[in-house]
Design a protein around this ligand. Structure first.
Ligand code: ZN
Length: 107
């Protein structure tokens, strides 16, 4: 199958059209597909920080965070057939999610 290069409409990266859907590269499709879960993750993470400061029990929130991370993994697997690539993308999304709490802190 021959493939032409297109520019991803989100990040502007050049990707083969065979890898793009709706003119979005795989990275951007993954990012978009888990956006709501990432927000949920950030919310729980802040909640856990808050509880911890109050010396409250955070076990239950830890379970909720793990559940959200599982769902992110499932969504990424639906988009990415390659297991290794899916794992890499999930790791990156989780790193981004865990860092996100700083950028939206105080909101
Ligand atoms: Zn992109």
């Amino acid at each position: 199958m021959s493939s032409i290069l297109i520019f991803c409409k989100d990040c502007g990266k050049q990707v083969p059209s065979s890898e793009a859907r709706d003119r979005l590269c795989l990275d951007c499709r993954v990012r978009r597909s888990v956006a709501d879960l990432r927000d949920e993750h950030a919310r729980l993470w802040r909640k856990r920080d808050r509880y911890r400061r109050q010396r409250a029990n955070v076990d239950q929130i830890g379970v909720q965070i793990a559940r959200v991370e599982d769902r992110m993994g499932q969504r990424i697997k639906e988009l990415v057939s390659n297991d290794r690539q899916a794992t890499d993308l999930l790791r990156r999304e989780l790193e981004a999610a865990r860092g996100q709490r700083y950028t939206i802190k105080g909101v």
